[in-house]
Design a protein around this ligand. Sequence first.
Ligand code: FAD
Length: 391
Amino acid sequence: MDFEISHEQRMLVDTVRGFIKDELAPLEQQVEDSGVLDDATAHAIFEKSSSLGLYGMNIPEQFGGGGLSCLDQMMCEEQFGHTTDILIRRAFGNVYEVLLSCTGAQVDRWLTPAVKGDRVCSIAFTEPGAGSDAAGIKTRAVRKGDKWVLNGMKHYISDGAFSDFFVVTAVTDPEKGHRGISMFLVDKGTPGFSLGRDQQMMGIRGTSHLDLHFDDVELTDANLLGTEGEGLKLALSVLGRVRLAQVSARAVGKSTKILGLTLDYARDRVQFGQPIGDFQMVQQMLADSAMEINATRTALWQTANKIDRGLDPRADISALKVQGGELLDRVVDRAVQIFGGMGFSKDLPIERYYRDARIYRIFDGASEVHRSVVAKTLLKGATDLYDPWSN
Ligand SMILES: Cc1cc2nc3c(=O)[nH]c(=O)nc-3n(C[C@H](O)[C@H](O)[C@H](O)COP(=O)(O)OP(=O)(O)OC[C@H]3O[C@@H](n4cnc5c(N)ncnc54)[C@H](O)[C@@H]3O)c2cc1C
């Protein structure tokens, strides 16, 4: 096991870090204030990042992506955590690995344009009656001759306003429960498919969260992603890496950035004639944040390494989903405390980080759901989750 950061990894991370600092960070406040990232700026960011090869880095090279290993991707994703969701999406792309299941003509229609950034994709699984219980969806696709007819609705769909197409789950065989769910690729503009309201959220301003409505939308087998009835199985097999990247790694990055700002403040802010960082109770908060960040990053790299070795560490990913979300929650909460009134004030971005952090314990599976995956895996006898010497 080698924990040394290679020269190539250093260069990659420095490039991403520099791009975020120079090109994205200056835009954060205006997006926060206006609630939108205008199309011209979005396009300019995309042009710059893709010219540096920074778009779609997670996708294998044979499909036009950057071909990063999982570990290298996590190192980049940690840096992505230093900026906001919408700027990450436009600069680096959220090119979901589930699209690698495209076959035949689907590759040119959906996968390749997504990797190039010509077309943007969103994932549409959640419904008002089915969040944590992804198998409880009501959206239905019924086969009629050589067509599928799709009816139902989705909500909270991130980036829905900007996206060109959607990966949509639908029940294709109600008798078969979770084995009767399939995935479809649905283009914006397909007759019967309409965009609903943009759900206003506590944080991550600039990213839209749309309702989607499907009213007798006609699709064909060309729209079916993967095998009929295996939509949830496919989702489970590919979304782990997405969680690790978009939640755990970004949470480590956000926590790192926030702790850096907090340390600066603790050194500079003087009360009772001394920097507040000299107070032991403040020191405890700083030390706890640093120790927890390091522990989570180490676990993240270990899990990424397992993926790179061809393993399928689902319970480790669930553990990291919980650890990342809850790490960020604690680190940003301590930051608000140490910044005092300035932590609560809109004069500084700390209050924004606090609001943006809260969703990390909920989306991509709530902490409770992932904890129960960990516990059930342990109870089945998976001792390697906490004891590497057990196998
Ligand atoms: C900002 C944002 C962006 C999102 N983006 C997308 C997107 O792009 N695409 C998409 O498809 N979805 C998206 N979602 C949906 C998101 O993944 C769900 O909100 C999440 O899975 C939880 O579902 P729910 O909100 O319906 O909560 P519920 O399922 O109603 O759960 C509520 C609470 O109940 C508890 N709970 C639920 N199940 C269990 C259990 N088994 N054990 C113990 N406790 C449990 C947990 O505390 C949980 O937080 C997004 C949501 C938000 C808020």
